[in-house]
Ligand binder design. Structure first.
Ligand code: ATP
Ligand code: BTN
Length: 277
């Protein structure tokens, strides 16, 4: 494994005791355990392995560094030591919940957590990106184990940039941003951030289990950074142009095209600004 290099956040290492102290009483009751790693391949991988070993609902995995952090469709997630947040949480769903819009709900939770800490100007790009000033601040990666029509466990992975050093940032293949630049240096500690994320996540997951995405849809639409914009949807080698028109009740992307309204579900679909071709 790589030897961790020193960063300005050495004095802001994650500390599970401190995180637990910041959590609300309700979240504390609903979580099972927080597993902390200095260096790991991927917190999502650890959480998936944990499920197979019996560590299921309410187990949280945090790491200072990931050596094989991953994004959607196996893309690399740049994860330097003690710089950002890499977190995965396992949550159980029964067949009554349609989890197809879960990554949108998690995005709402991330934005709410940041708003609670006084960080504004953060929005969402369908289906899994956290953006600020049009640049990528973080992302959500969900992985599932089990049968969603019966009972399943979802690994909810969240990556959030806190302070990205230039040498690591050079590896990122699109415009990016971190919380330190957004907050002009006056950002909360990473322990506060993790606790706020967990509080918001547990609350939103409760809402989602009760009422499905319908109860979170307006919150998502209010955070949609592409609403009304001219965009293109990439489907393999094909591009479909139109006006981004929010999402439907199932969290599918609505695109107003010359052929009428078209709806896209997750998977191999990517949303891009029109000029990105
Ligand atoms: P999509 O709309 O298909 O999800 P995407 O470009 O956001 O498109 P993802 O798979 O979600 O793709 O994320 C991978 C992208 O994120 C790559 O461009 C990668 O370079 C970039 N990336 C990797 N690490 C980071 C990071 N720490 N911060 C911001 N962006 C990152
Ligand atoms: C994306 O935008 O493509 C999603 C990025 C998700 C990154 C997080 S970091 C914690 C967890 N572990 C991973 O390997 N990926 C997710």
């Amino acid at each position: 494994m790589d030897t961790p290099s020193l960063t300005p956040l050495e004095s802001d290492l994650l500390d599970t005791q401190s995180i637990v102290e910041f959590l609300s009483a309700s979240t504390r009751q609903q979580l099972h355990d927080i597993h902390y790693f200095n260096v790991i391949d991927s917190t999502n991988v650890a959480a998936m392995q944990g499920i197979h070993q019996g560590r299921r609902h309410g187990h949280v995995y945090l790491a200072e560094q990931q050596t094989a952090g991953r994004g959607r469709r196996g893309r690399e997630w740049i994860s330097p030591f003690a710089s950002n947040i890499y977190m995965s949480m396992v949550w159980q769903f029964n067949g009554r919940s349609d989890i197809s819009a879960l990554s949108l709900a998690v995005g709402v939770a991330v934005c709410r957590a940041l708003q609670c800490l006084g960080i504004t100007g953060v929005g969402l790009k369908w289906p899994n990106d956290i953006l600020a000033n049009g640049k990528k601040l973080g992302g959500v990666l969900l992985e599932m184990q089990g049968d969603p029509s019966h009972e399943c466990h979802v690994v909810i992975g969240i990556g959030l940039n806190v302070l990205m050093a230039d040498n690591h940032a050079a590896l990122i293949t699109q415009p990016w941003v971190d919380l330190t630049s957004l907050c002009d240096g006056a950002r909360p500690s990473r322990n506060q951030l993790v606790a706020a994320l967990l509080d918001a996540l547990v609350t939103v997951l409760g809402e989602y289990k009760q009422g499905g995405f319908a109860v979170l849809k307006n919150a998502w639409l209010a955070l949609d950074v592409y609403a009304g914009e001219e965009v293109m949807v990439q489907l393999g080698d094909d591009y479909i142009f139109g006006t981004a028109s929010g999402v439907d009740d199932n969290g599918a992307l609505r695109l107003h095209t010359s052929m009428g309204m078209q709806v896209f579900h997750g998977g191999e679909v990517s949303l891009r600004p029109k000029g990105a071709l």
